[in-house]
Structure formats: structure tokens, C-alpha cells
Design a protein around this ligand. Structure first.
Ligand code: C2O
Ligand code: CU
Length: 428
């Protein structure tokens, strides 16, 4: 029997089975109707992709592979993706992780659409407004569907010719084995002496990973799809890639033609047969990396101030007793929504005293990190859509509410989202 979508059931883990008896999207306060917040409905797409999802051999594939095909667009292009569900019983969606799409294209089952049942399809259309490294994944029972393979890379480039090597390194763990672009161990990096390499590291796992380059000086040129201002050489150090997050590494291939990009667990992209070195002990702190630059808005003029305090407590979640994640002391769906109006400057304090790290992911917006544990950010504006908040840490972030709709702000250790670590950001 089919369960109609409801607002409260709609989340990472409470599946939306797409009942059809009622609209599969939410209505906000003040009559805001998510269904009207769509991408351009007319115009020929510049990039057209069809992705067919299938359960086969214990995995979920898109067009027969996982990760799914790389989608590439140039900044400003209209992207159209048709998602076809061949045989996945509970239905599927696609969410464009890190792309600030119009709300109705966000792919969150039960909030912005019904899950797409077997035999049916759904069309997403959006303009790729920002160049950067992103990814897509199902947002229906996503802790299972992402782990099983329903995801892939999405790259938006500047519309200028580059003769360098532009390489996605999508990291995922299947059955305890870490892979890059689906391959375990070492894969070839097809780069030659003198070429500039941009390695786009995408972490699709539930926890953080470390990435580093050996054989050449390297820099972090983008985080979560936003350029770093004044990036400096970090040879001999590594960077953290948050679960759900992306870090773009750039280096020039040395005269020897030998270099490598490691992502831990012996998994790497290797050019010229360079052997693995030791994992660097020092990790770059993005709070002070790069050069200061204007934000484009003034966080001191906040019109909304929110607390997002992550804890843990005993109680009932969706009727089930347990020891659940709590937000400001409440259990989902009893968590008050963060209400904003278009144009608000929002400051949010995220404090974690729950005993574990949480990679917090905000849909539809990019936020800038203002401080951690009282230490103000001093480097490049550190724009994020995915942020590791360690146990005992307090981050202050800020963003402009410029994308109306009903959004989720949840932990990207996706099992945690099912277990209550999810809140809504809603526009009046
Ligand atoms: Cu990448 Cu709500 O997810
Ligand atoms: Cu978490």
C-alpha cells in the first residue's frame, strides 16, 4: 500500500513512497508553494542527460555504472536531466548537492517532489549558475541509496578554454572498500610534465577523508564549489574533505612527470609511477587558509540569528523509542523550523556536544564560516555547503537568504539524518 507524502514524513530517512493522492511537495507558511519554484520551463537545454537507475547485483547503478556518469556543464548553461527509475521499489530522486537550484528542482522526496516510482521518470531543469565541483545523489532513503551507488559527479566549468587536466576524484566506500571513481587501489592520472592538473576530490562517504598531493607543490583552489582567494602552497600537508564536501587541488606536473593524489587507504590517482609516501601529519586549517576578500554581504548586519545545537537524548523519534540526535533539545520532527524572509542576512551558531562529528549540510545556499570556538576566520572567505562540526566545537556561519523555498539542513552522515539530525529552513 502506498503512503502519501506528508511534510513531516519528508526527510532523508522517512521514505516518501509517492502516493499520488496528494501533492508531493510542501506548502510553507504564508502560502509559499514549492511547486512554483521551478527552473526555467521553456528553452532548449544546453546539456541533456538521461539517467536510468537500476538495482542490479546488490548495487544501484545509473546507466549501468556507479558512480553514475559525470555531468559537465559550463557556467550559465541550462541543464536538463531525466531520471528514470527502472526497478527500485521504494522510489528515487536526484538532489544536486551544492548547487543552489530553485527549490522545486532540489530533489528532496516528500518536500520538493514525490519519489519517482519504478517505471516512471522525472525531469529536472536548472541553470548552472556557479562554476564548481558538485555531485548528485538520491534523496530518498538516501542513507541506503547513496551507499548502494545512486550518485555521480557534476562539474560546472568557466566558459573558457583550459588546456590543463581536469580530473574528478569521486571517493566512495563500497562494502568497506574505498574507491576513486569506482576503482580501488591506484588508478592512472593521465598527466604529463608541465601540465596543470585540477583534481576535484568529492567525498560521498559518511565520514571525513584526508587528501594530499605528492611529487609537486599544490594548492587548494576551491572548497565546496567556491574559489579560494589567494591559495598558497601546502606541500607536505593534507586537507580534510568533509562528508558530502568537495576540495579542488591544483598542481603543475613536475619535469619528472611523476606525481600522485592520495585519498587514504592506499587509494590514489598516480602519474609516472610515483610510489606512495607517508600520509602528512599536518592538516591545513581552512579557517586561516588563503587571503581575505570581500564577502559581498555584511554578516554584522544579521537580521536573523539562529542556534543549531546538536545533542543527544532519549525519546521517541517517529514513534520509535531510542537514543537520538537532538537539535536545540528537540527530536525531529518536533524541531522548530528556521524561518527566514528573502533578503535576510542569517547568522547561525552550530554547536555540537553530542559525542560525535557531524558533517552539516545546508541545501540551496552557500554559507561562509565566521568563526570556530571563538577564533575568527582570517583567510580566504571559507564558503561551505558541507561543514564538519566536531564534538565540542562551535561554528558561526552566515549566509544571505536568497533562494526561497523549504530546505533541509542536515547531517551528511546520512544515517544520522534518519536518526533525527535534520531541520528545515523555510521562507515565509
Ligand atoms: Cu547531499 Cu540533503 O544532501
Ligand atoms: Cu551526524
Amino acid at each position: 500500500s502506498l503512503i502519501p507524502s506528508t511534510y513531516d514524513m519528508a526527510s532523508m530517512g522517512f521514505p516518501d513512497y509517492g502516493g499520488g493522492q496528494q501533492a508531493g511537495h510542501a506548502h510553507g507558511a504564508g502560502g509559499l508553494d514549492v511547486a512554483t519554484l521551478k527552473g526555467p520551463s521553456t528553452g532548449d537545454p544546453d546539456v541533456t542527460v538521461t539517467l536510468t537507475a537500476r538495482a542490479e547485483k546488490g548495487k544501484y547503478t545509473l546507466n549501468g555504472v556507479t558512480p553514475g556518469p559525470e555531468i559537465r556543464a559550463q557556467k550559465g548553461q541550462l541543464v536538463q536531466v531525466t531520471l528514470v527509475n527502472d526497478n527500485i521499489p521504494v522510489g528515487i530522486t536526484l538532489h544536486w548537492h551544492g548547487v543552489d537550484v530553485p527549490n522545486a528542482e532540489d530533489g528532496v522526496a516528500g518536500i520538493t517532489q514525490d519519489a519517482v516510482p519504478p517505471g516512471k521518470s522525472y525531469v529536472y531543469r536548472f541553470v548552472a549558475q556557479d562554476a564548481g565541483t558538485f555531485w548528485y545523489h538520491s534523496h530518498q532513503v538516501s542513507h541506503e541509496q547513496v551507499r548502494l551507488g545512486l550518485f555521480g559527479p557534476l562539474v560546472v566549468t568557466e566558459p573558457v578554454f583550459s588546456d590543463g587536466i581536469d580530473q574528478v576524484a569521486q571517493v566512495h566506500t563500497y562494502d568497506g572498500r574505498r574507491t576513486i571513481n569506482g576503482a580501488a587501489g591506484e588508478s592512472a592520472l593521465p598527466a604529463h610534465a608541465g601540465q596543470v592538473v585540477r583534481a576535484r576530490v568529492i567525498n560521498t562517504d559518511a565520514g571525513p577523508l584526508r587528501a594530499w598531493v605528492s611529487g609537486a607543490p599544490y594548492r587548494v583552489v576551491a572548497i565546496d564549489g567556491r574559489d579560494v582567494s589567494g591559495p598558497t602552497d601546502i606541500s607536505g600537508k593534507s586537507v580534510t574533505v568533509t562528508a558530502g564536501g568537495r576540495v579542488d587541488l591544483s598542481f603543475t606536473m613536475p619535469a619528472s612527470g611523476a606525481a600522485r593524489v592520495d585519498v587514504g587507504a592506499g587509494v590514489a590517482l598516480v602519474a609516472g609511477g610515483l610510489a606512495a609516501g607517508k600520509e602528512p601529519a599536518e592538516v591545513v586549517d581552512f579557517l586561516s587558509y588563503g587571503k581575505n576578500a570581500p564577502l559581498g554581504f555584511d554578516p554584522a548586519r544579521a537580521t536573523r540569528n539562529f542556534d543549531y545545537r546538536i545533542g543527544r537524548r532519549i525519546g521517541f523519534l517517529d514513534g520509535k523509542p531510542g537514543f537520538w540526535w537532538s537539535i536545540n533539545g528537540h527530536l525531529y520532527p518536533d524541531v522548530p523550523m528556521f524561518m527566514v524572509s528573502t533578503g535576510d542576512v542569517v547568522r547561525m551558531t552550530i554547536a555540537n556536544s553530542s559525542g560525535e562529528v557531524h558533517p552539516m549540510h545546508l541545501h540551496g545556499h552557500h554559507a561562509v564560516v565566521l568563526s570556530r570556538n571563538g577564533v575568527a576566520a582570517s583567510g580566504s572567505p571559507w564558503w561551505i555547503d558541507s561543514l564538519d562540526v566536531g564534538d565540542g566545537d562551535t561554528y558561526e556561519i552566515a549566509f544571505v537568504a536568497d533562494n526561497p523555498g523549504i530546505w533541509v539542513d542536515h547531517c551528511h552522515n546520512l544515517k544520522h539524518a534518519v536518526d533525527g539530525l535534520l531541520a528545515h529552513l523555510a521562507y515565509t
